[in-house]
Design a protein around this ligand. Structure first.
Ligand SMILES: [Fe+2]
Ligand SMILES: [Fe+2]
Length: 184
């Protein structure tokens, strides 16, 4: 039977309780498998020519073929992972999931890719396609423009030779096996 903490309200927690909890919650806690499961749920028909899973795989494939490092390829794969529960702010959800495991640069790109990607479509819904210009002096501005131009906005093509999810699974597992950055 699984060992339990001594408390039923957090105000009574002890060091021994938190030693137990952190031993239970340490690394191989299934985040990678859950995230991969989440990606698979994105394989639903849509008005695009490919599914959202197909889009994610294609973005990652393009990143790999452009010579991106493994972390960046994994970020390309997971950049839209928030879409399934938070379509209105999916960039922030994906960025929050990845934040403890990726570089500041990759985190910033994922967090802002939605507004940068808007360059291609905000004008069709009465918005400002140049909304991203407010970040024009930011050190990662160009990198985010590139991310969208090369890998995101291009990846809706059913005829592109996209690699399967199995190809990228080791990258996702490696990413989430890293020691997460502390959140305090
Ligand atoms: Fe997106
Ligand atoms: Fe996307």
């Amino acid at each position: 039977m699984m060992k339990k903490v001594s408390f039923k309200a957090m105000e009574y927690g002890t060091q021994a309780d938190y030693d137990l909890l952190f031993a239970e919650e340490a690394p191989e806690n299934g985040i990678a498998e859950r995230t991969l499961g989440w990606l698979k749920e994105m394989d639903e028909p849509s008005p695009y020519h490919i599914t959202r899973l197909g889009h994610s795989l294609q973005a990652a494939t393009r990143a790999e073929r452009d010579g991106a490092d493994n972390e960046t390829i994994a970020c390309a794969l997971l950049h839209d992972i928030g879409d399934i529960i938070a379509p209105a702010n999916h960039s922030e959800v994906a960025a929050a999931l990845l934040a403890p495991y990726v570089s500041k640069r990759n985190h910033w790109i994922i967090k802002h890719h939605g507004i940068f990607q808007g360059y291609y479509w905000f004008q069709f819904i009465g918005g400002d396609r140049n909304a991203r210009e407010k970040y024009c002096d930011h050190e990662y501005y160009e990198a985010c423009v590139e991310f969208c131009a090369r890998w995101d906005q291009t990846s809706f093509d059913p005829d592109y030779n996209t690699l399967p999810l199995e190809h990228f699974e080791p990258l996702v597992r490696e990413l989430f096996s890293r020691d997460p950055a502390p959140f305090f």
